[in-house]
Design a protein around this ligand. Structure first.
Ligand SMILES: [Fe+2]
Length: 328
C-alpha cells in the first residue's frame, strides 16, 4: 500500500506542483486549499504524513498541527510545516506545537522528497510498534476471557494502578508502564494449561510450580518490545511479598520495584472484591480488612497500602464525604 500524504496550501499552483511531484514518487495524495478542509480531510483519510502551509485562510497550519499533536491517538503522525524563509515566529511556534520538520518556500523538490521518505520510514516503524502492542493486549485479553468471572480485570487494574501511581507522585513514564502492566501482567498464563488455570479446587505442589512461572514467562513474552522496558519489572515481580515469601525471586522489601508493589496491591484488592469460580465477591470493607491483616503479616508495602486505602475511600464515598463536610 502506498503511503497517503495530505497537502494543504491555498496557492493553487504550488499545491498542484507538490501534488504532481509526490504522485510521481508513487504516493497517494489528498489535497486541501484551506485549514478547515485540511483538518476534516485529515480525520476522514487518516494520512501517513501531512504537508501544511502555515499561512492559510481559516485555520493556520500551526493550529492544525497543535490539534493533531495534542491528541494521543494522532500525535505520532508526522507533520511538515511549509513557511516563508523569513517567518522566524512561525518556525518557533511550529516547534512549540510539535511539528516534525520545516520546509522553506519555494519548496526545493529534492529536499521535500528526502524529508518525506525519512519521516515515512519513522512512521512505518511506530506503526509496527503499535501493532506489536495491540497483539500483546489481544493475547492478554484472551487469557482474561477464559475465565468470565474475572471479566474487566485488566481494565480495572490498568485504571486503578495508574491512579495509585499518580497519587504517589510517580513520573509520567512509570504511570504509563503501570497502565500497560495492568493489561499484560498475567500474559505469561498463556503457558499454563487450562486444567490448572481453571481448576476450582486446591492446586497440587506440581501445579503450583507451573502457575508460579507465569511472571517469568510474561516477562519473556514482552521483553523484545523496547517501549515495554519499564513494564518488565512489574510483570516479573507482581507476586513478590515484602517478607520475601513471594515468587519468582523471593525479593524482600524495597528490593521489589515500587511499581510492582503498587500493581500487586491493586491486583490483590481486585481478586478479593470480585467473584471467582471458587469464592464469592467480598464487600469493600471486608476486602480492605483482609488486606490490612496481610500488610501486618508482612506481605504488602504498608505505605503503598495506606495511600491505596485513601484512594479507594475517596473513589467509593465521594458523596458521603461531601455530605459529612457540609454537615459540619
Ligand atoms: Fe499474576
Amino acid at each position: 500500500m502506498p503511503a497517503t500524504i495530505l497537502i494543504a496550501d491555498d496557492h493553487e499552483s504550488s499545491l498542484a506542483g507538490l501534488q504532481a511531484l509526490l504522485q510521481l514518487e508513487g504516493y497517494q495524495v489528498v489535497s486541501a486549499r484551506d485549514g478547515e478542509t485540511a483538518f476534516s480531510e485529515f480525520e476522514r483519510v487518516k494520512p501517513d504524513l501531512l504537508l501544511l502551509d502555515v499561512d492559510m485562510p481559516g485555520m493556520r497550519g500551526t493550529e492544525i498541527c497543535r490539534r493533531i499533536k495534542s491528541n494521543p491517538n494522532t500525535m505520532l503522525v508526522p507533520i511538515v510545516l511549509i513557511t516563508g524563509l523569513t517567518a522566524m515566529e512561525d518556525r518557533l511556534l511550529g516547534i512549540e506545537v510539535g511539528a516534525d520538520d520545516f520546509l522553506n518556500k519555494p519548496v526545493r523538490h529534492e529536499q521535500l522528497i528526502a524529508r518525506v521518505r525519512s519521516l515515512l520510514r519513522l512512521k512505518a516503524f511506530t506503526d509496527e510498534l503499535e501493532r506489536a502492542e495491540a497483539v500483546l493486549y489481544a493475547l492478554a485479553r484472551s487469557i482474561e476471557g477464559k475465565d468470565h468471572y474475572t471479566g474487566g480485570h485488566c481494565e480495572r487494574l490498568a485504571d486503578l494502578s495508574a491512579q495509585l501511581g499518580e497519587r504517589m507522585g510517580l513520573p509520567a513514564e512509570e504511570i504509563k508502564a503501570l497502565r500497560r502492566a495492568g493489561v499484560v501482567h498475567d500474559i505469561g498464563k498463556v503457558a499454563v494449561p487450562d486444567s490448572i488455570l481453571l481448576k476450582p479446587s486446591r492446586l497440587t505442589p506440581r501445579e503450583q510450580k507451573i502457575i508460579r512461572q507465569h511472571p517469568v514467562v510474561g516477562e519473556q513474552i514482552c521483553a523484545p518490545l523496547k517501549s515495554f522496558q519499564l513494564v518488565l519489572p512489574i510483570i516479573r515481580h507482581h507476586h513478590e511479598k515484602m517478607d520475601g515469601s513471594g515468587y519468582p525471586d523471593g525479593l524482600k522489601g524495597e528490593r521489589i520495584p515500587l511499581t510492582a508493589r503498587i500493581l500487586q496491591i491493586v491486583d490483590v484488592f481486585d481478586a478479593l472484591s470480585t467473584a471467582r469460580p471458587y469464592k464469592p465477591a467480598l464487600s469493600l470493607e471486608k476486602s480492605l480488612s483482609v488486606m490490612k491483616k496481610e500488610v501486618t503479616k508482612g506481605w504488602w508495602d504498608p505505605t503503598v497500602y495506606a495511600i491505596f486505602e485513601e484512594l479507594i475511600e475517596s473513589r467509593e464515598r465521594p458523596q458521603t464525604k461531601a455530605l459529612a463536610a457540609s454537615a459540619h
